[in-house]
Write a protein that binds this ligand. Structure first.
Ligand SMILES: C[S@@+](CC[C@H](N)C(=O)[O-])C[C@H]1O[C@@H](n2cnc3c(N)ncnc32)[C@H](O)[C@@H]1O
Length: 232
């Protein structure tokens, strides 16, 4: 039976691909992995999903219920696909924070935004999702797409997402649906070779969120992707 990792404790070990590594080292190692792929991340994403990730991301934005004038946060936002869509939704009276732990990914994201003329309502934040540099209740929506599985202490990141969300705000998490065989293979490949990810089923993510006090529901496309949507 699938288990949620106990909170990785300082001084203890956690998964990194096929190895167990010190908790303190994993975040640094994950950062190194994305450092090395930042320049080719978008191409890799298109090739690995046959471009379908764009449709999943549009659906993600549709269910995030973002309105003009809102302040929203996209965590592990990488090269900014989600933040770009959000920027159009919140408009000039709103603001988007694109946040990632990796400077190289964030730099590619900022360049892409500027190239597309998306400036003025976007801020950038280099931050670990487990320890966010934002005030309680600062955001109308907090999102993380295809990033939770890369975070070392996922329950801590979910607690932080909940903390910085306004009462009535919406939390949206998008991940490949581990209940499907194809995704199990992807999880194995990512774990062993590429991103050193640690996947959970949407049901486990739902449980972790529910323990923060949110009411949450799971949507899926019946194939590869699931969205866990919660209200504070
Ligand atoms: C697979 S990419 C997803 C990027 C983007 N959300 C997308 O859908 O294209 C995962 C991202 O998570 C970031 N990441 C990994 N661990 C993180 C952490 N602890 N806090 C914040 N971001 C993290 C990586 O730097 C990387 O940019």
């Amino acid at each position: 039976m699938e288990q949620i990792d106990k909170k990785p404790r300082s001084g203890g070990t956690t998964h990194f691909g096929y190895q167990d590594v010190a908790v303190e080292d994993k975040t640094r190692l994950v950062r190194g992995v994305f450092e090395s792929v930042a320049g080719k991340y978008d191409l890799m994403n298109d090739l690995m999903s046959f471009g379908v990730h764009r449709l999943w991301k549009r659906h993600f934005i549709a269910i995030s219920n973002i309105h003009p004038g809102q302040r929203v946060l996209d965590l592990a936002g990488g090269t900014g696909d989600i933040a770009a869509l959000m920027s159009k939704r919140v408009g000039s009276s709103g603001s988007v924070v694109l946040s990632d732990i990796n400077e190289a990914m964030l730099a590619v994201g900022r360049q892409r935004m500027e190239d597309r003329g998306l400036v003025g309502n976007i801020e950038y934040s280099l931050a670990n999702a487990e320890k966010l540099p934002f005030a309680d209740g600062e955001f109308d929506a907090v999102t993380i797409a295809f990033g939770l599985r890369n975070v070392t202490d996922q329950p801590a990141a979910l607690r932080e997402m909940y903390r910085v969300l306004k009462p009535g705000g919406r939390l949206v998490i998008e991940e490949p649906d581990l209940n499907h065989k194809g995704v199990k293979l992807l999880a194995l490949a990512e774990k062993m070779l590429l991103m050193r990810s640690h996947f959970y089923t949407p049901q486990k993510i739902w449980k972790m969120i529910a323990s923060c006090g949110c009411s949450a529901k799971i949507e899926n496309d019946g194939r590869y992707t699931a969205w866990v949507v919660a209200e504070k």
